[in-house]
Ligand binder design. Structure first.
Ligand SMILES: [Ca+2]
Ligand SMILES: [Ca+2]
Length: 403
């Protein structure tokens, strides 16, 4: 396995070095080592077997606009349907998908922040959007099941049969795909979306966030009134759970907003299907209700932006103003006259309050045409930020190179 991996890496290095690269943000072109030095004599083999290397990226990253000093490049460009991400302590990026049914391991073996290899470690799963790593195992969320792949970092070439951790989540396909993550309490947090655009829940578990022990036992509902969250993280200072929520469709272009929410205590109700955002009572279900009866969002985001993955920025590679704030991947609208979203936003946090909502990275949408759709954000140990894109089938890396 090691020998084969090194060979693949060398082949990729040869082809990468020999082909033209897409232009990057000139404002922050990160110095990249010339990797021809890593070639170890496999040049002839590489040219004879080009299918062994990752294909050259094609979408134009020079269209992505970032704040001064930041740059973006491809981390991996052949990750079809790339959705939620988790990064193992061993340095392997795991990526879930939705319609593709695959889970990938994305490998940067030489630490140059560009993947040499994408390994499909599972396929044929039902919307395996969510991935979480803990104690050597990869947890994968299908629609109704939580699976566990043990010792996965060491078994990429021969993944084990998964252990079924839990198989009694609802089977509804609508909003059935799941983001999952382990909290600071060591428990796995598993949301259950509303099985509709707008409806009163047909069962207590819908429109909620649940949590379970790592072995699947002791399922609890800890938050309610959430239409569909596909991204959450814990405030590094307070330990509180923050999460995005996608607003309903069919109320026009400009309402309701998507949401960034904070769970300050267990058992809160976040409004759906009665109240949307801070003050939008639902025309069908809001009668006789008041938004004051529910926990309102910390930040009202754009309407129909499809706010998905979100993470607190814990590193120090980005400038001071980004530390401790929230990056949000916006997948982009469909229920709107003019498209909105298709970008990465930044929400500065002061104490426990969101104080702004600003564009961080945009350009996947050009006019009314989009060539990419951000799904998740994932910080790397060096403080750079990965962004997954299930439309372009790519993972980007955003770096700060200074003024
Ligand atoms: Ca690499
Ligand atoms: Ca809400």
């Amino acid at each position: 396995m090691i020998r084969a991996t090194i060979a693949t890496l060398s082949i990729a290095a040869v082809l990468t070095a020999g082909c033209p690269q897409q232009p990057e943000q000139s404002a922050a072109a990160e110095p990249e080592p010339v990797r021809i030095a890593q070639v170890d004599g496999d040049t002839q083999l590489a040219q004879a077997n080009p299918e062994n290397a990752l294909p050259e990226p094609t979408p134009p990253l020079d269209q992505i606009v970032l704040p001064d000093g930041f740059g973006i490049h491809y981390y991996a460009s052949d990750v079809p349907g790339a959705r939620s991400m988790t990064f193992s302590p061993g340095g392997i990026l795991y990526v879930g998908t939705r319609d593709e049914g695959n889970v990938y391991a994305v490998l940067d073996r030489d630490g140059d922040h560009r993947a040499e290899q994408v390994v499909t470690i599972a396929s044929g799963l039902r919307m395996p959007n969510g991935v979480a790593w803990r104690d050597g195992s990869l947890y994968v969320a299908e629609v109704s099941r939580i699976l566990r792949y043990d010792d996965i970092d060491n078994r990429l070439d021969n993944p084990p049969e998964p252990v079924v951790v839990r198989d009694d989540y609802p089977t509804d396909r609508a909003h059935g795909w799941k983001f999952i993550a382990f909290g600071p309490d060591g428990k796995l947090y598993v949301p259950v979306g509303a099985p509709c655009n707008i409806c009163e829940s047909p069962g207590e578990i819908y429109a909620s966030i649940t949590r379970i022990n790592a072995d699947g036992s002791n399922r609890e509902i800890i938050a309610r009134g959430i239409r569909n969250t596909v991204g959450f993280d814990w405030h590094p200072g307070t330990g509180e759970l923050w999460f995005t929520d996608n607003g309903r469709d069919g109320m026009g272009d400009n309402i309701p907003p998507d949401e960034l929410n904070r769970l300050s205590e267990e058992g809160l109700h976040f409004g759906y299907p009665y109240c949307h955002g801070r003050d939008v009572l639902d025309p069908q279900f809001g009668g006789g209700r008041s938004c004051d009866d529910f926990t309102l969002p910390e930040a009202a985001l754009g309407p129909h932006v499809a706010a998905l993955g979100m993470r607190f920025y814990r590193g120090d590679a980005f400038p001071e103003r980004y530390r401790g704030g929230v990056f949000i991947a916006e997948h982009g609208s469909w229920n709107r006259t003019n498209k909105i979203g298709y970008r990465v936003m930044y929400v500065p946090i002061q104490g426990s309050s969101a104080v702004d909502y600003e564009v961080f990275a945009q350009g996947w949408l050009q006019g009314e045409q989009n060539w990419g759709r951000p799904v998740d954000v994932q910080e790397l140990p060096d403080g750079s930020l990965l962004v997954s894109d299930d439309y372009a089938g790519a993972i980007y890396r955003i770096v700060y190179a200074g003024e």
